[in-house]
Design a protein around this ligand. Structure first.
Ligand SMILES: NC(=O)c1ccc[n+]([C@@H]2O[C@H](COP(=O)([O-])OP(=O)(O)OC[C@H]3O[C@@H](n4cnc5c(N)ncnc54)[C@H](O)[C@@H]3O)[C@@H](O)[C@H]2O)c1
Length: 441
């Protein structure tokens, strides 16, 4: 058995601070309150319902992850948020139409108590939204100081021992990584000069990291996937991770694509289309925000079905992703995938997937797992990019020079082996020859 990591205990309160009090974040928050009240189960949450095998199969040790690693208990979480609309969490839940009254009315007072702080907002990064509550300051650097002040006040008012910031805000317009994102100095200079290339999410992230608060990114925004903010996280010894919650169609892709590759089946094309009618869909209807999402969604199979490594199977396929805003569907998204594959001697076949999912129902447990795992990372003394959390992200961040792991099953092994490593348990290789060697004796 290895030595493990000296993990600080999860004592006191954990503040989960969320830019973006929308459908996903309020579904997570309400879900946590309901679960604590015994009004539902945390289905879809790996930290709450997942189990982890320890040791050899013959040992039959398979505890719940939450009993194995010292995660923050749900009752010790306090939620805070920023948004531009000014509605409390109950009002957002009612408007979003994700959860029914049976899951809202019993916890109404708790939800009403969560009122967003004024946001850092810039219309040029998000076109399709009406702004009612936003901070104003002379420079972006001043906005950073205002967010830092919010974090400090929230911590004091709620007696938080630790905090984590989780971006659940709308997808920002596509931002390429440029010189102002290359170094900490360049980033700070750009913020002081009100450079338009500094997005609101970068302002929140800079404020979080310099307050010692880890930052996770649930949207495909560039934010902490920039050399400047990675360097800042390393300097401040703070954990960061992104990008974009892995749910719905992309989750399906990273389940199916590894299977095709594992059986050496070829791909001619993969066409994916979605209809969704929630506010996220409305924001993604704007070409700038869609471009950010498209890049995140397209990258997923490129690394799994890799034409350089398998030229005869994957060098020439067509991959298209479409998202259509269709209000009647609300949060109940429908995704279609048409996958043109080929097998033995090149004979063509087709796979059709029609996923009638619920966007926020899938995203809420992922958001919770990320928040709890980022807090665990900090208590383990891990900082910088947390690649072991790739499992939860559509477009996982990695150190420069590494390619991301998109295969859900490799990601799961990486996540669980990291938990075993933290707790000093043997890593599991699935070799298994030892069982038969013992039989020989
Ligand atoms: N639901 C999913 O399955 C899923 C999966 C992956 C990623 N995401 C991403 O998660 C994010 C949230 O999704 P949602 O369905 O809750 O969207 P939503 O539109 O319901 O909520 C987003 C909220 O962010 C607010 N906002 C926008 N800019 C802000 C800013 N600068 N500061 C503070 N608040 C800001 C908006 O006013 C809105 O209330 C989106 O970026 C979405 O693309 C969702």
């Amino acid at each position: 058995m290895a030595n493990g990591v000296n993990v600080k205990p999860a004592e006191g309160k954990l503040g989960i601070l969320i830019p973006g009090l929308g459908a996903v974040s309020t579904t997570m928050i309400a879900g946590v309150f309901d679960i604590l009240a015994g009004n539902g189960l945390p289905i879809g949450s790996v930290t709450q319902m997942g189990r982890i095998r320890l040791g050899k199969r013959t040992e039959k040790r398979n505890p719940l992850i939450k009993d194995f690693v010292p995660l923050t208990d749900l009752k010790d979480i306090v939620f805070g948020a920023w948004d531009i609309h000014g509605e409390n969490a109950y009002e957002v839940c009612k408007r979003s139409g994700v959860l029914e009254d049976k899951h809202l009315e019993p916890i109404r007072a708790q939800l009403e108590a969560i009122k967003p702080m004024d946001a850092v907002f810039d219309h040029s990064y998000c076109h399709n939204l009406e702004v009612k509550h936003a901070k104003s300051a002379a420079t972006k650097w001043d906005l950073v100081q205002m967010v830092k002040d919010d974090i400090k006040k929230f911590k004091e008012a709620n007696h938080c021992d630790r905090m984590i910031m989780l971006w659940c805000g709308s997808t920002e317009c596509y931002t390429p990584c440029e010189d102002c994102h290359e170094t900490i100095e360049a980033l700070e200079k750009a913020m002081k000069a009100n450079d338009p290339r500094i997005s609101p999410s970068m302002i929140y992230a800079y404020a979080a990291i310099t307050s010692g608060v880890p930052y996770a990114n649930g949207a495909p925004n560039l934010t902490v996937d920039t050399p400047a903010l990675i360097q800042l996280a390393l300097r401040e010894k703070v954990a960061i991770m992104g990008k974009d919650f892995k749910t719905g169609q992309t989750l399906m892709k990273t389940i199916v694509a590894p299977g095709l590759r594992a059986r050496c089946l070829g791909l001619n094309g993969w066409f994916s289309t979605n209809i969704l009618g929630n506010r996220d869909g409305e924001v993604l209807d704007d070409p700038g925000s869609f471009k950010t999402k498209e890049v995140s969604k397209l990258s997923v199979i490129e690394h799994i079905l890799d034409g350089k490594t398998f030229p005869d199977l994957y060098s020439n396929y067509c991959h298209k992703v479409r998202i259509e805003y269709y209000p009647p569907r609300g949060d109940a998204k429908e995704g279609w995938d048409n996958i043109d594959i080929f097998g033995w001697l090149g004979y063509p076949m087709q796979i059709k997937i029609n996923f009638l999912c619920r966007d926020s129902i899938l995203a809420a447990p992922v958001a919770l797992d990320i928040a709890l795992s980022m807090d665990l990372a900090m208590r383990c003394g891990f900082y910088g990019i947390q690649e072991w959390l790739s499992f939860f992200f559509k477009s996982p961040e990695v150190r420069e020079g590494l390619y991301p792991q998109h295969d859900l099953f490799i990601q799961k092994t990486k996540y669980k082996n990291t938990l075993r490593y933290i707790m000093g348990e043997d890593l599991i290789t699935h070799l298994g020859l030892d069982y038969y060697a013992e039989e020989d004796k």
